[in-house]
Design a protein around this ligand. Structure first.
Ligand SMILES: Nc1ncnc2c1ncn2[C@@H]1O[C@H](COP(=O)(O)OS(=O)(=O)O)[C@@H](OP(=O)(O)O)[C@H]1O
Length: 371
């Protein structure tokens, strides 16, 4: 009897031990399910905000804040879109990721500033004619965007291709004109053909000036860089007593405008070319710029009120140039004091240029009064 009692007590304690172990195991299992599962969710939330590893992390740094938003998962960006109104106006992150977001960003830059386009107008010459003044004056116009430097595409850089050239241009809206100036185009044999092959519709501006004054200006510039060159007279004549002019000297050759113009007229209609008087540009900048605006099909916005005559400089200056409230004159290299030339030499050169000038006036239908 006593043994039976002992055996049944053992069974009870064994069952108790089994149930206890089982409940312990269950508790452990439940604990794991609850807490381990929670840890996974926490990690998922964190991973969702992390950017995927990128090979060009350096480039991403440059993208700055934009990249912080762009690398978020679609869920994260959706909840971001439900935030304040400022954030709602941002472009949503696209499933295409980083590059798709970059192109979205470019799209909004394009919407605001337009695209880079090949120029539809060029200031092609002439060197020392007043090309910088025309460029700086016309770019005040809100419908003109101009490249500040001379790209020399159609003479020195043609091999780089049109895509290279386009990339240099400022962004323009469809309503805006893209403009650049390179004065050496006017005397570059291949330039008219090359420009016409870019577009037959390109508008061409040529700023011309008395060829004798232009030659002296050109020489003054060269002399400022190379003080050891021969005198103007020595360079200008093969034989001065015979009035034999050296037409191989660039400073002389550039001023034979009609010869260069004939090359342009093989590729462009006269109506596509506009000639600015370099002299009137100084005495009446608003009048000359009025005609430039008409030629470019622009509303006459640049008027007298944009200019004042700076007595110290001896030239008209801009009262209020683009993106500044300060009045501004052109730099020191524009409007230099010319070297003194013997008046007889000037007279000889005027004689030399006369027939070229007359033919030039007839061809363009304008008398520039250089005599
Ligand atoms: N507003 C104003 N301010 C200063 N200079 C003016 C202006 N308008 C025309 N000009 C004349 O422009 C001449 C320089 O011509 P370019 O700009 O065509 O020169 S360049 O070919 O780009 O080097 C420059 O020639 P130089 O006087 O011989 O220096 C000026 O006479």
């Amino acid at each position: 009897m006593a043994q039976r009692l002992l055996t049944s007590a053992n069974r009870v304690s064994a069952r108790f031990a089994f149930i206890f172990t089982l409940s312990l195991s269950c508790t452990y299992l439940c604990y794991n399910i609850i807490f381990y599962g929670g840890a996974v969710m926490t990690n998922q939330g964190y991973e969702g905000k992390r950017c995927p590893p990128s090979k060009n992390a350096g480039g991403k740094k440059l993208l700055g804040k934009l990249s912080d938003n762009n690398c978020a998962s679609p869920d994260v960006s959706r909840s971001a879109g439900q935030r304040g109104s400022n954030e709602q106006s941002r472009p949503p992150a696209s499933p295409g990721g980083h590059w798709a977001d970059m192109s979205l960003r470019n799209m909004s830059v394009a919407q605001k500033y337009g695209n880079k386009k090949l120029p539809n107008a060029l200031i092609v010459g002439v060197k020392k004619g007043g090309t910088r003044a025309v460029l700086e004056f016309i770019r005040i116009h809100p419908d003109v965007r101009a490249l500040g430097t001379e790209p020399h595409f159609f003479d020195r850089n043609y091999d780089r291709g049109l895509d290279w050239y386009r990339e240099l241009m400022p962004r323009t809206l469809d309503s805006q004109i893209t403009l650049e100036k390179t004065p050496s185009y006017f005397v570059t044999r291949e330039a008219p053909r090359r420009i016409a092959s870019m577009s037959h519709e390109t508008k061409l501006i040529v700023v011309v000036r008395n060829p004798v004054t232009r030659a002296i200006s050109d020489y003054t510039q060269t002399l400022s860089k190379k003080p050891d060159i021969p005198t103007f007279e020595e360079l200008a004549f093969k034989n001065r007593s015979l009035s034999l002019v050296d037409t191989s000297w660039n400073a002389i050759r550039i001023g034979m405008y009609i010869l260069h113009l004939e090359n342009w007229l093989q590729y462009f209609r006269p109506s596509q070319m506009h000639f600015v008087s370099g002299e009137r540009l100084i005495t009446d900048p608003a009048g000359e710029m009025g005609r430039v605006q008409d030629f470019l099909g622009l509303k006459r916005i640049i008027t007298d009120k944009h200019f004042y005559f700076n007595r110290t400089k001896g030239f008209p200056c801009l009262k209020k140039p683009e993106s500044s409230s300060q009045p501004r004159c052109l730099g020191k290299s524009k409007g230099r004091t010319h070297v003194q030339i013997d008046p007889e030499v000037i007279e000889q050169l005027q004689e030399f240029y006369r027939p070229f000038n007359i033919k030039f006036y007839e061809t363009v239908g304008q008398d520039f009064k250089w005599e």
